[in-house]
Design a protein around this ligand. Structure first.
Ligand code: GTP
Ligand code: MG
Length: 138
């Protein structure tokens, strides 16, 4: 199947939601084919979100993403990228649908609990950003 890259963001790790979030993901039919906890230094967070480097929220985003460990995973499923974006819900939790991961666990637009790749191309880039060949199982 196709795959996507997710990251449980620092706020959700700090608030002990890792198990609940991974459980939602597996019950929604995604297979975890890579998994790790890691903390990004500023430089890595800037590279991960480089497409947003000119946005007004970029510094706030990088400061948040480097503030604590994240849990990164590669998830395999048919139509993985689009189906996962649907499972996590809108970027802003105020707009996220009932039952989505962001509706349940996000605190704000910056502290929105979880990341999901927005294209197959970015899923590939982000998978190799976090995981070596020996860490990817399919
Ligand atoms: P990711 O899965 O984290 O990439 O979120 P997304 O794809 O739903 O949104 P996008 O890639 O456009 O933005 C990346 C991250 O920047 C979001 O998850 C938000 O945390 C943050 N962000 C995006 N837009 C805004 C905004 O208008 N204000 C603030 N404060 N943060 C924003
Ligand atoms: Mg995005």
């Amino acid at each position: 199947g196709t795959f996507t890259l997710t990251m449980i963001k620092p706020v959700a790790v700090k608030e002990h939601h890792v198990g609940d979030i991974l459980s939602h993901i597996e019950h929604a039919g995604f297979r975890i084919i890579a998994l790790k906890m890691t903390q990004m230094p500023k430089e890595k967070a800037e590279v991960f979100y480089e497409e947003h480097k000119d946005k007004p929220f970029f510094n706030e985003l990088v400061t948040f993403m480097k503030s604590g460990p994240v849990v990164a995973a590669i998830l395999e499923k048919e139509n993985a990228v689009a189906d996962f974006r649907k499972l996590i819900g809108s970027t802003d939790p105020v707009e996220a649908e009932e039952g989505t991961i962001r509706k349940m666990f996000a605190k704000s637009k910056t502290h929105n609990a979880i990341h999901g790749s927005d294209s197959d191309e970015n899923a590939m880039r982000e998978a190799w950003f976090f995981f070596s060949e020996m860490e990817q199982f399919s």
